[in-house]
Design a binder for this molecule. Structure first.
Ligand code: ADP
Length: 221
């Protein structure tokens, strides 16, 4: 991998875009295309939840916004994102859930400059999203998002909780239509041939393998 690459995973809340990002990195590592330190996932939802958990003034300010199913302001998300991006040494950065608004696409264009940007839209039917969100749990300690398959976190074994914002999933799906679909349209205009839509009904590990074989193959020569 010669240059820095940004992979932008987008999709509705609960579409499984974050999980697909994780599977893609894991598969790239398994195929020895990248090393442990070369790749990083930046998930704006995780950054926001971490800020809330820290109890900072900013965290207190954004807690209610997030739990009401609203989007956190573009300025705040940009600030949290930049802090992480500046510190990152990774050559492959997966953005999970950013950009979500047209203003955030503007920001991404500024940040990316000449970096190679690839957009992957996980297109998942609403019924499946609602089903998945019902089963979604978050670790009360480490914040890992997972399913209700286990009673405790698969990584740190702490108890799992239901995410408060999952109770307002309908509201978040409406915001997705209103704010994020226009942003996706703009990404398509800017990055045209590097924008791919994948089937959200397909098992994410399979989709990740297909992406690596087809769309991402020449990035790792
Ligand atoms: P989901 O994929 O289910 O939307 P996330 O963890 O990505 O879950 O996001 C959770 C919440 O964090 C969002 O509902 C929103 O309040 C906030 N959030 C995450 N990313 C952004 C963003 N790029 N812009 C504004 N708010 C965001």
């Amino acid at each position: 991998m010669k240059n820095i690459i940004y992979l932008l995973f987008t999709g509705a809340p609960g579409s499984g875009k974050g999980y697909l990002g994780e599977c893609t990195i894991n598969e790239l590592k398994a195929q020895n295309k990248i090393t442990e330190t070369e790749a990083e996932i930046i998930a704006t939802g995780d950054l926001i939840r971490a800020e809330v958990k820290s109890g900072s003034d900013l965290g207190k300010q954004i807690k209610a916004v997030m739990e009401a199913g609203q989007l956190v302001s573009d300025e705040i998300v940009e600030r949290l994102l930049m802090k992480n991006l500046i510190e990152s040494q990774a050559k492959l950065i997966i953005f999970d859930g950013y950009p979500r608004t047209v203003a955030q696409v503007d920001c991404m264009l500024r940040i990316a400059g000449n970096t190679s940007v690839i957009i992957i839209h996980r297109d998942t039917p609403t019924e499946l999203i609602l089903e998945r969100v019902k089963k979604r749990r978050i670790c009360s300690k480490c914040g890992k998002v997972q399913t209700n398959e286990h009673d405790n976190c698969i990584e740190c074994h702490a108890p799992l909780a239901i995410r408060k914002d999952d109770a307002v999933i309908e509201q978040r799906l409406a915001l997705y239509q209103q704010e994020t679909l226009p942003a996706l349209e703009m990404l398509r205009l800017c990055y045209g041939s590097s924008t791919y839509t994948v089937n959200g009904q397909q098992e994410a590990t399979e989709t990740a393998k297909m992406l690596i074989e087809n769309q991402l193959a020449n990035l790792f020569d």
